[in-house]
Design a protein around this ligand. Structure first.
Ligand SMILES: Cc1cc2nc3c(=O)[nH]c(=O)nc-3n(C[C@H](O)[C@H](O)[C@H](O)COP(=O)(O)OP(=O)(O)OC[C@H]3O[C@@H](n4cnc5c(N)ncnc54)[C@H](O)[C@@H]3O)c2cc1C
Ligand code: FES
Length: 257
């Protein structure tokens, strides 16, 4: 099943605090075709023709329902705040290249802020002997959807800059402890990450440095979302790649920082 443009009906839209929001829509075609790590291009209400859509990771797709988590950062996401249950929204998706769905070793998922969005869908679909989540943010309000991960039985290791939840520090602190512990026991792991660029670089370098597979979801500014405009270029060992087509998920070993 490929991508489609679907008129989706808003089912639920609520504030999660600290500028984050949860949006669920009825989207039967997109939900049926979606794979973790893919994204959708949402038409924002009340924007001019040239700036209509914004990309968001698929937080969850289940039955007919598509769920997103987003942070209000500018005029597009601010305009989305006005969406109410029953409103119709044009959504194109699923788009892009997602995460692998089979992992034969321990799967360590690493997210920051809204970067946990694709990791929840991944945690639901990934076949792996074990799955753990490492999540970081400036403060406890940046740690999203932990109840959803807990309901899946996924152990969560949190870190915040101000120490208001989990350990005080960076998400790479508990991640490093886990990587060392697995290696000391003779085990192996793969890393799956989505979040801010410095975090992604830190995780990608840990993957390559430990000769482990790493799968990194890159967040680049997008315009067309379908490969035509080259606004979303990411440097890779094979040259320039488009995040919206070849990504957003790349092998850590392919990325050039
Ligand atoms: C593949 C992909 C998946 C994404 N998934 C999510 C998600 O699940 N939840 C979510 O909240 N956001 C996600 N984003 C980011 C989201 O698309 C942007 O935050 C949004 O487009 C900003 O639109 P705006 O008009 O509100 O902000 P603008 O007015 O365009 O910009 C406001 C501020 O946000 C910054 N900004 C703009 N685009 C991005 C971006 N792509 N990433 C980071 N900062 C940006 C700008 O530099 C500026 O400082 C994703 C982006 C990509 C490429
Ligand atoms: S957003 Fe246009 S090519 Fe990727």
């Amino acid at each position: 099943m490929g991508r489609s443009e679907e008129k989706c009906v808003v089912l639920e839209h609520r504030e999660l605090g600290a500028g984050y929001r949860f949006l669920s829509m009825r989207a039967p075609a997109i939900a049926a075709a979606a794979v973790p790590g893919q994204f959708v291009h949402v038409r924002v209400p009340a924007l001019e023709e040239s700036a209509l859509r914004r990309p968001f990771s698929i937080f969850n797709a289940e039955g007919d329902v598509l769920e997103l988590l987003y942070k209000t950062v500018g005029r597009g996401t601010l305009a989305m705040n006005s969406l109410a249950a029953g409103d119709e929204v044009s959504v194109i998706g699923p788009l892009g290249h997602g995460f692998p769905l089979e992992c034969k070793v321990a799967a360590l998922l690493v997210g920051g802020g809204f970067g946990v969005a694709p990791l929840y869908f991944l945690a639901r679909r990934l076949k792996a002997p074990s799955i753990e989540l490492f999540v970081g943010g400036r403060t406890s309000a940046d740690l999203l959807a932990l109840d959803r991960f807990a309901a899946l039985g996924v152990p969560v290791h949190a870190a915040t800059n101000d120490g208001s939840a989990g350990v005080k520090g960076l998400v790479t602190d508990p991640l490093d402890d886990a990587m060392i512990s697995i290696k000391e026991k003779g085990g192996s792991f793969e890393l799956f990450a989505c979040g801010p660029d410095p975090m992604l670089k830190a995780v990608a370098l840990r993957a390559t440095g430990s000769k482990s597979n790493g799968w990194i979801s890159m967040d680049r500014h997008m315009v067309c979302g379908v490969g035509a405009c080259y606004a979303c270029i990411q440097k890779t060992v094979r040259g320039n790649s488009r995040c919206c087509i070849e990504g957003p998920v790349f092998a850590a070993s392919d990325l050039v920082w």
